[in-house]
Design a protein around this ligand. Sequence first.
Ligand SMILES: [Zn+2]
Ligand SMILES: [Zn+2]
Length: 78
Amino acid sequence: MADEVARTDIRRPACPGCGEPWLRPTQLPGRYRCVYCLRRYELVSQCPSCGTHQTISRMSTTEDMLCQQCHSSMLRPI
Ligand SMILES: [Zn+2]
Ligand SMILES: [Zn+2]
């Protein structure tokens, strides 16, 4: 039976540091931690690459965390 229920297509953002999709939200809002390389990141409202402002609440719900303009990561190492 090819009845795969667990098609968990949660798009986890890849860690900007190591590239592994192991970013987990911490207890602080907008803070994430990579459980692979143990680096910490902060979700910023302004794109580090092109300077576009994003809505953090929207990014948090979609778990997208990419700039809508240039598709670079909105995570900044802390
Ligand atoms: Zn990492
Ligand atoms: Zn950008």
